[in-house]
Design a protein around this ligand. Structure first.
Ligand code: CUA
Length: 310
């Protein structure tokens, strides 16, 4: 369904249930807001003091009225509770045939591991009309996994698994946000959900298995973006969370232990796999390891690319 002026499009099987309950509560609140404020104005005018000797009669209570304003809200409360609980159950229990994708959140990117061993960063590729379960954990602080058009949102915690599931009903590319403030790069912890047809998915799988056909420098440039290196390393010479990549190859860096190192192939490779081993002076030890995320060819490609950033 298309977006309206206050809600994004509905692109998953639970989206319309969530919106229906949301709209019910919203319009119910509008109704009672108007009833109460309208009533207040009306009574204030109708029963205003008109003469010096006019006093309010001593009404103590009205049993009928009190029953009404107790029973009606109680009924509404139970309607919302039962409706909400049913929708909650539907949203929290993944169907038995769900495909499980392991989601890892860390400062400041998302990693997705598929059952066939494929690994992607900041992009999930899924088939339309098929249930997926995201089994999620964090490597550092609390993040939160949010896909607005799916109406799916869940905190991602360190040392614990949480999960969400969804079944996309529309093909296309949708936003994925981190919605828990997690530090400097929080606003850049943005991903995409690509919902594709069965054929496109098979083609994507085959391409994954075959590896990239790009020349190493270009593949490295793509990886700089797709693996979210840019969140912490600029290419324009300005330091960010980490050292800039401009002119990095061959540069001599001073390390926190007082020694220095010339940036060569081995230092770059080591820094990708064991980032804290030789830390450049003036920077925090915050870089995550890319062990298990980058393949050997991809590390080679990144090295080739870094040689070109001058
Ligand atoms: Cu991760 Cu905000």
């Amino acid at each position: 369904m298309n977006p309206n002026f206050y809600l994004p499009a509905q692109n998953s099987t639970v989206a319309s249930d969530v919106d229906a309950l949301f709209n019910f509560v919203l319009y119910l609140s509008y109704f009672f807001f108007l009833l109460v404020t309208g009533g207040s104005f009306y009574f204030a005018i109708k029963f205003r003091k008109k003469g010096k000797r006019e006093f309010t009669p001593g009404i103590s209570h009205n049993t009928t009225l009190e029953l009404f304003w107790t029973i009606i809200p109680t009924i509404l409360f139970f309607v919302i509770f039962v409706w909400g609980f049913n929708t909650y159950l539907k949203m929290s229990i993944p169907p038995a045939n769900s495909v499980e994708i392991k989601v890892t959140a860390q400062k400041w990117f998302w990693t997705f591991s598929y059952p066939d061993g494929a690994v992607t960063t900041n992009e999930i590729v899924v088939q339309a009309n098929k249930p997926y379960k995201m089994l999620m954990s964090s490597k550092d602080v609390i993040h939160s996994f949010y896909i607005p058009t799916f109406r799916v949102k869940m905190d991602v915690l360190p040392n614990q698994y949480t999960h969400v599931w969804f079944q996309a009903t529309q093909m296309g590319e949708f936003d994925l946000f981190c919605t828990e403030y997690c530090g400097k790069g929080h606003s850049e912890m943005i991903g995409k959900v690509k919902v594709v047809s069965d054929d496109e998915y098979a083609a994507w799988e085959a391409q994954n298995a075959a590896g990239s056909s790009l020349p190493p420098e270009e593949l490295g440039k793509e990886l700089y973006k797709s693996k979210a290196c840019f969140t912490c390393h600029t290419t324009d010479g300005n330091p960010s969370v980490g050292p800039t990549f401009k002119g990095i190859f061959g540069r001599t860096e001073n390390l926190t232990d007082g020694s220095s190192v010339v940036v060569d192939e081995n230092y770059i490779r080591e820094s990708i796999l064991e980032p804290q081993k030789k830390l450049v002076d003036g920077f925090q030890p915050v870089m995550p390891t890319f062990q298990g995320i980058l393949k050997n060819e991809e590390i080679d490609a990144l090295i080739a690319y870094l040689k070109t950033v001058k």
